[in-house]
Design a protein around this ligand. Structure first.
Ligand SMILES: [Zn+2]
Length: 353
């Protein structure tokens, strides 16, 4: 799971890949995995016809750099990816976390008087150095993330006002760019309309978020859209069985969480896990992939209120996780061992989700 691919490294965005790092990641992934379009991978997971070491690349939120920077690199490597778009910020909008981050990152002031936020420990903040700016961004983001939407928006607007920085108008995808991604053979999915924490909403508000987003994308693409990535995406605080059921009712056939792991025949197709390959070294990347295969987050009826919602996905074989890990190890650190496993590995990233 990825979010942004910056044109160049930015020390104030340490969790975002830059073009060079993404290019390197694509070459590792292409060398060692079978990268599939997400729609095809889900279909083949259901049919039990996944190839060995199947992997999907996904992007959340809908940043313009997904089109401008990531797409040409993906095309150069012959890779497909899925892009999950927050439709409410298409064409010039900006998500709350970026309003906050841009304000602190770009302010020309050395200090910000943030007493008006009424947050414990937040007041007169020094932002004279990049480290101070980064630390404040992280503190403020954590402080407002789970506030009710209106209070969160107000808090971010207050930071932007004090910092004297206007929200960027060119950060997110335009409708034209989404169409271009789709026409380039990429999968497009919904990331809701306004990126709320779905589990905190009433049922009618969840339906509105999902329907608005899906219908916006379907109008835009003149095609059916049935992929969803839950905002934030952690089972429990962000996604619950109610969200899953409503997403199915609203026409989504597959949905992705941000719970770390890989999908196999037992994984609920509305709770497909992902993880973030942010590693800078090949060895760490290998270890992370192996670790996530081992986790193999499986959601069964134990996690859902209504067991009848479960959809069992048949893989073409069902090797235990230990064999998968051996297979992975053998592929990455060559040793003789046969690998006949078939798993869909969601390669992903993990900042705001
Ligand atoms: Zn997101």
């Amino acid at each position: 799971m990825l979010h942004r691919v910056l044109p160049a490294p930015d020390p104030l965005q340490p969790d975002s890949l830059d073009a060079v790092a993404f290019d390197r990641l694509c070459s590792w992934v292409r060398q060692h995995f079978n990268v599939l379009p997400l729609t095809a991978a889900v279909q083949r997971l259901e049919q039990g016809t996944l190839p060995q070491r199947a992997l999907c690349v996904t992007f959340d939120d809908g940043y313009a750099d997904n089109h401008d920077v990531a797409l040409p690199i993906l095309q150069r490597h012959g890779l497909s990816a899925a892009f999950f778009v927050t439709t409410g910020v298409l064409d010039g909008g900006c998500m709350w976390n970026d309003v906050l981050a841009c304000a602190v990152r770009n302010t020309r002031h050395d200090r910000l008087k943030l007493h008006g936020l009424e947050m414990p420990g937040v007041g007169l903040e020094s932002v004279a150095t990049p480290m101070q700016r980064l630390a404040l961004m992280q503190r403020l983001t954590a402080a407002v993330k789970y506030l009710p939407a209106a209070r969160r928006e107000a808090a971010c607007a207050e930071v932007a006002r004090v910092a004297d920085v206007a929200a960027p108008r060119d950060l997110m995808l335009t409708s034209t760019q989404v169409r271009a991604l789709y026409r380039a053979g990429m999968c497009i999915g919904s990331h809701t309309h306004t990126h709320p924490i779905l589990a905190e909403l009433e049922a009618h508000a969840i339906r509105t978020e999902l329907r608005n987003s899906r219908s916006t994308l379907e109008r835009l693409l003149d095609a059916s859209v049935d992929l969803l990535a839950y905002p934030n995406g952690k089972w429990g605080p962000d996604v619950d069985s109610r969200c899953v059921q409503l997403a199915q009712e609203c026409g989504f056939r597959s949905a992705l969480t941000t719970d770390w792991g890989t999908a196999d025949h037992a994984t609920h197709r509305m709770l497909l896990p992902r993880f973030t390959p942010w590693d800078r070294s090949r060895l760490k990347f290998v270890l992370r992939m192996a670790h996530n295969l081992n986790r193999c987050a499986v959601r069964t009826s134990a996690g859902l209120a209504d067991p009848s919602m479960l959809t069992t996905i048949q893989a073409n074989n069902q090797l235990p996780v230990a064999d998968t890990l051996l297979g992975m190890s053998n592929d990455w650190l060559p040793q003789p061992h046969g690998n006949t496993d078939a798993r869909a590995t969601e390669a992903v990233s993990g900042t705001a989700s």
